[in-house]
Ligand binder design. Structure first.
Ligand code: NAD
Length: 367
């Protein structure tokens, strides 16, 4: 059987720095777990613009369509701020998401015990937190037509359309239920069915899809109450399913429960390919962090945890995914911290590569 294939797109700023640490983990898995990945690497974002005059070359796009999964670092930086909108580094990422039709965005909010003090909430509310937000990514308010700013009488009116088809809701819902089956078998669907027709349809379709997943417990919540519950008692949730607009807000809110941007992975999944696995792009939530780029200060954990998501959702390597997550947890529990995780003056941070080495050492210790 062919080796699983992975396209690595380090991108800009701290992207290449954190990706170098991910490579160490991939090497460790090859040497210790018997799975060798066919890894190819290419350019995206500003790096691709510098080389090709476009944020994503057609050849790279074609490669992304062929591989089992894509892992991206980050794109963007001040050097590219004045480029025309169509040439900006972010266009590379948007093109990947659009052409791979990645409709389901997974944002875990997991609080490592060692970092519970970083949350703005009380420690006992967030310690041990492990929830997953599934956000519909390709429709709803950010895409619906008509949209624009129009003249109406003697003033202007701004219009966006909150539009969802049944099939768009259904495929996002299925991805949430499938995920729940691998987790604690609970889905809470969030919308505003009390005031929005699109919310009523959302609730109806999700309820219908749930019939195919009798082992999963489905509940519904209005999205405003959901926001409140996320900060009141986040541990009541397992998988939260929501649309593009509410998901944008709720996932950022949930992410901050855990404290640090340097720790947050994400996945964007599309339709199943011939091999049954979804098209998939994995990336840390953070950007290219130009303020610390090139200084060895970046925390590689978000990118390493994005690889763990790829192992779980694209390669059926749940055991290895858990191992990587436990290795990160162990390193943090042992007090190894990059600068973004420092709690008090006088502590000495480790560098990006020292953090990567510590994760690899923890993998060896735990395996
Ligand atoms: P950012 O996430 O790059 O940085 C925000 C802050 O968090 C900075 O102080 C940064 O130093 C810190 N930070 C981020 N990641 C870190 C890590 N791994 N370790 C330690 N500290 C970390 O967001 P920004 O400053 O708003 O944007 C910078 C550039 O990144 C912009 O060009 C923006 O467009 C781009 N961006 C890209 C993505 C992406 O590629 N998906 C996402 C967000 C922003």
């Amino acid at each position: 059987m062919a080796n699983p294939s992975l396209l690595i797109l380090p991108g800009d700023g701290i992207g290449p720095e954190v990706m170098a640490e991910v490579r160490k983990v991939i090497t460790w898995i090859g040497e210790n777990r018997g799975t060798t990945f066919d890894v190819s690497e290419d350019l995206v974002g500003g790096a691709a613009y510098d080389a090709h005059g476009t944020a994503l070359h057609d050849d790279t796009m074609a490669k992304a369509q062929e591989v089992d999964a894509v892992l991206l670092g980050a794109v963007g930086g001040p050097k590219y701020d004045n480029l025309d909108f169509s040439l900006k580094p972010e266009r590379g990422l948007l093109r990947l998401r659009k052409e791979m039709d990645l409709y389901s965005n997974l944002r875990p909010a997991q609080c490592f015990d060692a970092l519970a003090d970083f949350s703005s909430l009380k420690k006992d509310i967030v310690a041990g937190l492990d929830i997953m937000i599934v956000r519909e990514l390709t429709s709803g308010s950010y895409f619906g037509e008509p949209r624009g700013i129009f003249e109406e009488g003697n003033e202007r009116v701004g219009i966006n359309t909150h539009r969802y088809t049944e099939s768009e809701i259904e495929r996002a819902a299925r991805s949430a239920f499938e995920l729940a089956l691998r987790r604690n078998k609970k889905v809470c669907s969030m919308e505003k069915a009390n005031v929005m027709e699109a919310g009523i349809l959302w609730r109806e379709v999700v309820t219908e899809v749930a019939k195919d997943y009798p082992d999963v417990d489905l509940s519904h919540m209005y999205a405003d109450n959901g926001a409140m519950q996320l900060v009141r008692a986040p541990k009541q949730f397992d998988v939260i399913l929501t649309d593009n607009l509410f998901g944008d807000i709720l996932s950022d809110c949930a992410a901050m429960l855990t404290g640090s941007l340097g720790m947050l992975p994400s996945a964007s999944l599309g339709a199943p390919m011939d091999n049954g696995r979804p098209k998939a792009l994995y990336e840390p939530v953070h950007g290219s962090a130009p303020d610390i780029a090139g200084q060895g200060k970046a925390n590689p954990c978000a990118c390493i945890l994005s690889l763990a998501m790829a192992l779980r959702y694209s390669f059926d390597m749940g055991e290895e995914a858990s191992l990587v997550e436990r290795a990160v947890e162990k390193v943090l529990a042992d007090g190894v911290r990059t600068a973004d995780l420092m709690q008090s003056e006088g502590e000495t941070p480790v560098s990006t590569s020292e953090m990567g080495d510590a994760v690899v050492a923890a993998l060896t210790a735990l395996a």
